[in-house]
Write a protein that binds this ligand. Structure first.
Ligand code: MSK
Length: 670
């Protein structure tokens, strides 16, 4: 029998630490996602959205014919559903799952917020009262009481109690409009109202969209996509924005903080605990528990020097930007963290956790601890459910489990030596403070630099890793190309972590990676050219930053007027589709890499890639190659610059730079 071909791990990742750990996995005979990806090729019919399995008469597979042309009349499922209907339903179900993940996260955060407001949540407090008071206005909650001389401030707790009730109502609201759509630029809100896509509530849009994709319900692809819009907006301008805001109130609004990233942050002589998932509720308390002198002494009694917490996926972003807790890695590194042999406990909550972790944990001493009743893993070591009334006690129990496991390390430990310093925590408010506050209103300094041409435009580069694409490669290739062309980058999620590992999240990166205009601006302000804005739900911070640019003036009157573009070059999760769709329908040109889930129907894909621009000013695109992706994003930015009449300014800047270089060169010749 022919010997099975060995995976070339050097082709799996651009990150040397990841390659090093994959070599260790191979030597130990431990299978990872990269091995499974090599053995199991994706189904091309499913990948292009042409497989319908919503009833038991199928699955009906209607692959795209080799010949181009409109084949709508001949390609259909048993019930007659066309390629467009099937593709739109599949796309819609991705939007549903993605929006549900964010909105359910948000509901949990809102429920905790209410308990914190009433003083019933052990260990938590209202940390950012200034932000609480600021957002109280959006919710119509007064921050003072009484009149005239009797007027006095209301307590933070009372404000939060009233606000929590109002926030919780948004989830079950049946009619009207979500509160935060009022934050959008006026023109944007008008477009949504004209189209009838303003979300009514956080839950209703998801339920209705699921209903519409049931067999024999909505069979008009444009109508399905329209409800996708309302659902995705209920995520971006609803659930995600709510959770970002109230997490900031409870845990602190992020400000710039330094922290390291990559598997080298683990410490051989410490108890290593990895916090993995998305919801920062329990991780916040694990952080508190791990700092307690009793707990540190307990770790020392077991022979460890201390306790090292590290994050994985978006929980990592949350605790890094609020506490400087280092990040062990992004999505494709979760299995590798365990393979170091140094992880005493991996504590998971919800989203992006691979089931394979249970098998890998068994090869080492690692305890895999699930903590959320919605997300259990068969084969996990134990389940310690989160309870917001006793969160600190639960966190202490989790930390003790890890400490007790420290003496059980069995395999030789191998922690890569490399980790990279980063500066993170660029919330929308922090950027406003750093860039614009003092001149002509918030964000005007950024606008001024865009108008003047030093900054060509803004890109949001976000999203996952995908094992079908070289780990981190597309993020980094795209972002470096954007920086070279003076495009400032806002990032979240696993993309942000890829940037951190490659050294793009430091102010020093400006001189190394940026064109002269952007480098000058970053040096003057003292910021990195890639701004880490947080986790997946924090893409709402990017919406707020875009809105602030519009409101600061000089760059049109809508998000779609801005010289801006978005991308998720290595996306893999359904959440990414929901995020992409709310960016598109908020007016942003948004490009995805790897694959695109509607390519089985040219008509549907044209609707998403072309028609939506006529309606919303933003549209989807798909480009697999990151260099080509950069070119298209820059071309879009230039198109918007020309429409604003500021393209000449940039030509002048380039001419000035060219002249400067000539002068410098002449100086050398002399
Ligand atoms: S963690 S959703 S792999 S960004 Fe938010 Fe990363 Fe994508 Fe999960």
């Amino acid at each position: 029998m022919a010997e099975e071909k060995k995976l070339d791990v050097t082709k799996c990742s651009v990150d040397p630490v990841t390659v090093e750990m994959l070599q260790k996995a191979q030597a130990a005979g431990i299978e990872t996602i990269f091995d499974r990806a090599e053995k199991m090729k994706p189904c091309p019919i499913g990948a292009e959205g042409s497989c319908c399995k919503i009833c038991s008469q199928g699955p009906c597979r209607i692959p795209k014919p080799k010949k181009a042309g409109d084949d709508t009349k001949t390609r259909m499922g048993l019930c007659g559903a066309t390629a467009e209907t099937i593709g739109a339903r599949n796309f819609a179900r991705m939007v549903c799952a993605g929006a549900a993940a964010h909105n359910d996260h948000s509901r949990g955060t809102a429920l905790l917020f209410k308990e914190v407001a009433h003083g019933r949540a052990q260990g938590y407090e209202l940390k950012d009262v200034a932000k609480l008071k600021k957002i109280a206005k959006d919710w119509g909650v007064a921050i003072t009481e009484g009149e005239g001389d009797d007027k006095k401030p209301r307590s933070a707790e009372v404000i939060a109690q009233e606000m929590a009730d109002k926030i919780l109502l948004e989830f079950g609201q049946q009619a009207g409009e979500l509160t935060y759509v009022q934050r959008a630029p006026k023109k944007r809100l008008e477009i949504w109202r004209e189209q009838g896509v303003v979300p009514r509530g956080c839950d209703i849009e998801i339920v209705e969209l699921m209903h519409r994709t049931h067999m024999g319900v909505d069979q008009e692809y444009k109508n399905i996509i329209k409800q996708c819009t309302r659902t995705a907006l209920s995520d971006g301008w609803g659930g995600s924005m709510i959770s970002t805001d109230i997490q900031d109130v409870m845990f602190g609004c992020p400000v710039p903080v330094a922290g390291d990233i990559n598997l080298g942050v683990l410490k051989e002589d410490h108890v290593n605990i990895i916090i993995h998932g998305h919801e920062p509720l329990l991780p916040e308390m694990i952080y508190v528990a791990s700092q307690e002198p009793d707990m540190i002494q307990y770790a020392q009694s077991k022979g460890a020097k201390g306790i090292q917490l590290a994050g994985m996926c978006c929980s990592a972003n949350e605790i890094l930007m609020r506490h400087g807790i280092p990040i062990a890695g992004n999505y494709l590194q979760q299995e590798l963290a365990m393979i170091t042999g140094a992880v005493d406990a991996m504590v998971v909550d919800v989203q992006c956790e691979m089931q394979s972790l249970a098998n890998i944990a068994k090869c080492y001493h690692t305890k895999l601890i699930t903590t959320d009743n919605r997300a259990m893993i068969e084969g996990a070591t134990m389940h310690i459910p989160f309870d917001d009334h006793h969160a600190l006690d639960i966190a202490r129990k989790v930390v003790r489990e890890a400490i007790d496991n420290y003496p059980n390390r069995k395999s030789p430990v191998m922690i890569p030596s490399q980790s990279t310093p980063t500066v993170v925590g660029f919330s929308y408010e922090t950027i406003q403070y750093l860039l614009g506050g003092s001149i002509r209103g918030s964000y005007y300094t950024l606008n001024d630099n865009i108008i003047g041409g030093r900054v060509r435009g803004v890109a949001g580069v976000v999203g996952c890793n995908n094992c079908r694409s070289m780990h981190d490669n597309s993020h980094l290739t795209l972002i470096k190309e954007l920086l070279k062309n003076d495009v400032v980058v806002l990032t979240t999620g696993c993309s942000a972590m890829a940037c951190g590992k490659a050294g793009l999240l430091t102010p020093e990166a400006a001189t190394k990676f940026c064109g002269p205009g952007l480098a000058e601006v970053c040096e003057t302000v003292g910021i990195p050219p890639v701004l880490h804005m947080g986790s997946c739900v924090d893409n709402s911070r990017i919406l707020m930053a875009a809105t602030a640019c519009v409101k600061a003036g000089g760059l049109g009157n809508d998000i779609s007027d801005l010289p801006a573009a978005g991308a998720a070059p290595e996306w893999m999760s359904e959440k990414a589709i929901s995020i992409g769709h709310y960016f598109v329908t908020s007016g942003v040109y948004t490009v995805f890499g790897v694959t695109f889930p509607t390519t089985g129907s040219d008509i549907l894909t044209d609707h998403l890639f072309k028609d939506l621009e006529q309606i919303y000013g933003g549209m989807w695109d798909f480009v697999a190659d990151p260099d080509d992706m950069a070119k298209k994003m820059i071309a879009h930015i230039d198109k918007k610059r020309a429409a604003l009449g500021i393209d000449k300014a940039r030509e002048r800047v380039l001419f000035d730079m060219e002249m400067r270089r000539d002068i410098a060169a002449a100086g050398h010749e002399d």
